[in-house]
Design a protein around this ligand. Structure first.
Ligand code: HEC
Length: 193
C-alpha cells in the first residue's frame, strides 16, 4: 500500500514538473511574441508619426495628406523589410480610409471586441495577443484618436480643399467623423515561428 502510494505521488510530481516545464516554455514563447510585437509596432508608429509631423510643419494638412496617401503604405512596406523574417506589421480599422487597411476576419473580431470594451468605458489594454495557430500569433496595439491633429483628417473635416482632396483620393472613405478618444483601429503585428 505504502509503495503504491509513493509511486502514485512520484507520478503526480513528475507530471506536475512536466506541466510546469511546458508552462514556462509557453510563457517564454508569449514573451518573445510580445517583444517582437512591441518593437515592430513602435517602429511603424515612429516612422509614420515623424514623417507626418515633418510634412505638417512644412506645408500644413494638404502636404501631410499627400504624404499619407502617397507614402504611408509604402513606408509600412519599407518598415516590413527591416523586420525579422516571419514578422509583418500593418494598420487596420473597421472604418478604414484605404481599403488595403481592411481587417481580416480574425482581426475584425478583435477590433469589434475592443470597440465593445470602449463603449463600456473600459480603459483599453496597451496590447493584446491572439493565437492564430500553433505557429502564428497576432499582436495588437489599439490606436485611439489622441491628438487634435488626427481630427483634421479623421474628424468632421472643416477645410473644404482638404475635404475635397480626401474624397477624390478615397471615394469609399469611412474614416471621418471620429471624436477625441474614439477607437480608430489597431496596429497588427503577425508573428510566425
Ligand atoms: C493630413 C491628414 C491626416 C492626418 C492629420 C491623420 N491622418 Fe490618418 N490617414 C490619413 C490618410 C490619407 C490615410 C490613408 C493612408 C493610406 O492610403 O494608406 C490615413 C490612414 C490612417 C489609418 C489606417 C487605417 C485606414 O483608415 O486606412 C489609421 C489607423 C490612422 N490614419 C490614424 C490616424 C491617427 C491616430 C492620427 C492622429 C495621430 C491620424 N491618422 C492623422 C490622413 C490623415
Amino acid at each position: 500500500m505504502k509503495v503504491i502510494k509513493s509511486i502514485a505521488i512520484m507520478g503526480l510530481t513528475a507530471s506536475l514538473l512536466i506541466a510546469q516545464g511546458q508552462g514556462k516554455k509557453k510563457d517564454e514563447a508569449l514573451q518573445s511574441v510580445v517583444h517582437a510585437g512591441k518593437q515592430s509596432a513602435k517602429l511603424l508608429l515612429k516612422t509614420l508619426g515623424s514623417n507626418m509631423k515633418k510634412n505638417m510643419k512644412a506645408g500644413g494638412p494638404m502636404k501631410a495628406l499627400d504624404f499619407c496617401s502617397q507614402e504611408a503604405y509604402n513606408l509600412t512596406e519599407k518598415v516590413n523589410k527591416e523586420l525579422p523574417k516571419g514578422v509583418h506589421v500593418k494598420r487596420i480599422s473597421m472604418k478604414f480610409r484605404n481599403p488595403a487597411n481592411q481587417p481580416a476576419t480574425d482581426e475584425a473580431a478583435v477590433l469589434e471586441a475592443l470597440q465593445k470594451l470602449k463603449s463600456a468605458n473600459v480603459v483599453l489594454p496597451k496590447q493584446i495577443v491572439q493565437k492564430v495557430d500553433e505557429n502564428t500569433y497576432k499582436y495588437y496595439k489599439p490606436l485611439v484618436i489622441n491628438k487634435n491633429v488626427c481630427l483634421k483628417c479623421h474628424g468632421n473635416i472643416q477645410n473644404p480643399t482638404l475635404k475635397r482632396a480626401i474624397a477624390e483620393r478615397y471615394p469609399l472613405d469611412k474614416a471621418t467623423h471620429y471624436k477625441m478618444g474614439d477607437l480608430r483601429g489597431a496596429i497588427v503585428v503577425t508573428i510566425k515561428k
